[in-house]
Design a protein around this ligand. Structure first.
Ligand SMILES: NC(=O)c1ccc[n+]([C@@H]2O[C@H](COP(=O)([O-])OP(=O)(O)OC[C@H]3O[C@@H](n4cnc5c(N)ncnc54)[C@H](OP(=O)(O)O)[C@@H]3O)[C@@H](O)[C@H]2O)c1
Length: 238
């Protein structure tokens, strides 16, 4: 099937890498991207998952992000999608795990991906999509999930000021998955909405049933972006 969405960015032939590939949203995104004839790289910590034909599977572990560099050189779009929710656990290990998985590994991957943006062509064709959460602006009834996702979201707002390529944030509401068994939306529906909005070049992709997020997130992102711009200096990330 060809990508024939009117006036939309084509995904046909693009190399798209997805972390958290074996999870509910990872699998749903891979399905949607396959339909649009993207070349998919499933980055996973779970090698027992069976992916559709044509999907290239790449194993990784937390802390071994640098080993992905040679593969990310060839990637047009990296979707940082992996994540965990430790729910009510407030131990030191839960704090460490939440930030390591949700925040620091995502930032390491972003840094490595930015380093692959080598020339002017890359600047306009490469994209980083980061799945933070509507927990950036609303409670998720899981404090450590909120803390770690907000830190990721805020850090991406900061890095986006000097990013060498397009950066999209995915601001998602509750959908059903292992991470959130009570989610009211379905992962395939959320994935379809994400791709639809990304193809229309939306940079802050909000998909949720909570109307407050549509109001609060753009205000938060605008104000914080200006605050960061005023009180920080140009970085050296490319
Ligand atoms: N479900 C929701 O309501 C909701 C709402 C907003 C945002 N989100 C975000 O959406 C993303 C996908 O979540 P999901 O709901 O699809 O959950 P999921 O089905 O549990 O998938 C999450 C995936 O993250 C990867 N992962 C888990 N622990 C990891 C670790 N220690 N190191 C590296 N990777 C690890 C795993 O993928 P592999 O086994 O393939 O490595 C796992 O399948 C997450 O970032 C989540 O925070 C979810």
């Amino acid at each position: 099937m060809t990508d024939n969405a009117p006036q939309s960015i084509s995904l046909t032939g693009k190399v798209v890498a997805v972390t958290g590939a074996s999870g509910a949203l990872g699998r749903a995104l891979i399905e949607e991207l396959s339909v649009r004839d993207a070349k998919i790289l499933a980055i996973t910590t779970n090698l027992t998952t069976i992916f559709p034909d044509g999907v290239t599977v790449l194993a990784w572990q937390l802390g071994s992000e640098a080993e992905l560099l040679p593969h990310l050189q060839e990637v047009d779009i990296l979707i940082i999608n992996h994540g965990i929710n430790v729910y009510g656990d407030r131990s030191f290990s839960a704090i460490s795990k939440s930030f390591e998985v949700n925040t620091f590994s995502a930032l390491r991957l972003a840094e490595i991906f930015f380093s692959t943006v080598a020339d002017a062509k890359n600047r306009s064709t490469k994209e980083l999509w980061v799945n933070t959460s509507e927990a950036e602006v609303n409670p998720a009834l899981s404090p450590l999930y909120e803390l770690s996702k907000r830190t990721l979201g805020d850090s991406m707002t900061l890095l986006r000021l000097d990013a060498p390529c397009i950066v999209r944030k995915l601001i998602l509401g509750p959908f059903k998955s292992q991470l959130n068994p009570y989610g009211v939306m379905s992962a395939p529906w959320v994935a379809r909405a994400i791709i639809f909005l990304a193809q229309r070049d939306v940079r802050n992709i909000i998909v949720t049933i909570n109307p407050l997020t549509y109001l609060l997130f753009p205000i938060k992102e605008f104000c914080q972006s200006w605050y960061f711009k005023l009180f920080t200096k140009h970085g050296n990330i490319a």
